[in-house]
Design a protein around this ligand. Structure first.
Ligand code: MN
Length: 238
């Protein structure tokens, strides 16, 4: 049965080998049988440039390249610096931050999801800064060890900032969701980022609509399977 798969928030890092193993197994056993795989951001826990010699990156690139189906990537808030070099090495095609797909007769909007969290003004300010192409160019021109130091500091700062934030502030804003779905004229939205896997029934412009949220890969995997028959959110063991 032909279908397309979506995943997000795998947060791959050297410190979590079980998640890496689960992801590599998912590519071979599950993704390989789909029509296409869409990775909706935060594939990696951190990304400071495609020139990072971390062996995990080469291992993941090799596994992705072995897929014989098309694989697409939308940046997350942690791996937003993932660039053309890694895309070429892995065979992933980089997509813009929002994309509308026509899949088996369904119009589906896909994104990472951080742009929907408009109540978190501190984060949105930070996002605008680090998405400035000049800021990115300057950062990537720094020596690797300096970038590593900055990234460590920023992660510690973001942890401290988030610990003081109301849980609701870090979820999506309902108006931002409705506005995005109305603007792109879609009955389906798939995103990750919030780590709150769920299928939300909505009404957009007087029509039934669905917002499907992918789960993060902590103790188990999470994927969304779109086929002609339905759209399903599925949790599975590694
Ligand atoms: Mn995220």
């Amino acid at each position: 049965m032909s279908h397309t798969l979506f995943i997000a928030d795998i947060h791959l890092c050297t410190e979590e080998p079980a998640i890496t193993a689960g992801f590599l197994h998912f590519l071979r056993r599950e993704a390989q049988h789909a029509d296409a795989l869409y990775i909706l951001g935060d594939l990696f826990e951190a990304w400071i440039g495609d020139d990072d010699p971390n062996p995990l990156h080469a291992e993941v690139a090799r596994a992705l390249r072995q897929l014989t189906i098309p694989c697409y990537f939308i940046h997350g808030n942690r791996d937003f610096l993932l660039g053309k070099r890694f895309a070429a090495a892995s065979g992933m095609r980089l997509l813009p931050e929002e994309q509308v797909l026509e899949l088996y007769g369904k119009r589906v909007l896909i994104m990472h999801g951080d742009t929907l969290c408009t109540d978190d003004e501190g984060y949105q300010r930070f996002r605008r800064k680090v998405h400035n192409p000049w800021v990115q160019r300057l950062f990537l021109a720094l020596p690797l060890f300096v970038r590593q130091r900055i990234a460590r500091k920023m992660r510690a700062g973001s942890k401290a900032a988030n610990s003081g934030k109301d849980i609701a502030i870090m979820d999506v804003n309902p108006q931002a969701v409705a506005e995005a779905m109305h603007r792109r004229n879609v009955p389906y939205l798939i995103h990750g980022h919030t780590h709150r896997p769920a299928v939300h029934q909505l009404e957009i412009d007087g029509h039934p609509a669905e917002r499907l949220v992918l789960g993060a890969w902590h103790e188990q995997g999470s994927m969304i399977k779109v086929s002609a028959d339905d759209i399903a959110l599925i949790a599975f063991p590694f």
